[in-house]
Design a protein around this ligand. Structure first.
Ligand SMILES: Nc1ncnc2c1ncn2[C@@H]1O[C@H](COP(=O)(O)OP(=O)(O)OP(=O)(O)O)[C@@H](O)[C@H]1O
Ligand SMILES: O=P(O)(O)OC[C@H]1O[C@H](OP(=O)(O)OP(=O)(O)O)[C@H](O)[C@@H]1O
Length: 214
């Protein structure tokens, strides 16, 4: 039997992904060892392989077929724009992509003034402002701590993930507009979807049933 390979997102989504797979009897205990430097893990019995990767790399592994299946945030799927099938909303990792800034900036935003937008998600920001709002903005790519940008005057607003809202609150910022809701999704390589249809469909059905029970 050919191995089915899973690319899972490191960080926030990892433990919930492993918990969910475990509920289906898909265990990979080795992956939980935080001290291990091993990169790929095999469940011989089930014919499965797993590896953890940085979020933006997950759709890349899946598009090229180096992984058959991926678990990754919807934000990353949109931003990366890879050729993969999104097959299931896994219901965890829920958050929102939002335009945020100081309350006083709301007016500038409403009046379509030329503002600067700092973000880790330039494609999502571009699509939102240019295609949905027909508003010209200047987009600046950052790699983290995005909330700093309006505080130190790099940009008027940010496009970033809001979950609890505490990062915004602690930094005197508010949500000005909502771009879209987000959660973790399962993605599949289009060729694997055809070649391994039975195994992948069974997995999707089992996950769907699990989600319905929860
Ligand atoms: N509060 C949150 N902040 C960021 N991402 C979140 C949050 N809540 C849920 N998510 C989801 O978790 C995914 C992965 O989170 P991860 O921990 O890798 O965040 P990251 O900050 O983007 O990564 P890194 O720390 O490597 O820059 C995100 O792509 C998003 O879909
Ligand atoms: O609404 P909250 O619950 O406060 O969560 C949102 C914050 O969490 C994420 O940052 P992360 O911790 O991943 O750090 P980063 O900014 O360095 O990516 C995100 O970019 C926000 O800053």
């Amino acid at each position: 039997m050919r191995y089915l390979t899973f690319a899972l997102t490191k960080g926030r989504l990892a433990s919930k992904t492993l918990d969910m797979l475990e509920k289906l009897g898909i265990t990979c205990d080795e992956m939980k060892d935080k001290n291990s430097r091993k990169l790929i893990f095999t469940n011989e019995e089930l014919g499965l392989r797993f590896f953890l990767a940085k979020g933006p790399d997950v759709p890349t592994y899946v598009e090229y077929g180096a992984a058959d299946i991926g678990v990754v945030g919807k934000d990353t799927i949109i931003e990366e724009g890879r050729k993969v099938h999104e097959v299931l909303d896994l219901g965890f990792g829920k958050c929102r992509m939002c335009v945020c800034g100081r309350e006083e900036t709301a007016e500038k935003l409403q009046h379509h003034e030329l503002i600067r937008v700092a973000t880790k998600y330039p494609n999502i920001a571009k699509d939102y402002f240019y295609n949905k709002k027909h508003q010209t903005v200047e987009i600046v790519k950052l790699n983290g701590s995005i909330e700093l940008a309006p505080i130190v005057g790099l940009s008027e607003v940010i496009v970033d993930i809001v979950e609890t809202g505490s990062t915004l609150k602690e930094n005197g910022l508010v949500v000005l507009e909502e771009v879209c809701p987000l959660s973790a999704r399962m993605i599949v390589n289009p060729v694997s979807m055809r070649m391994e249809n039975d195994r992948i469909k069974e997995l999707i059905t089992n996950l769907r049933n699990l989600l319905r029970e929860e």
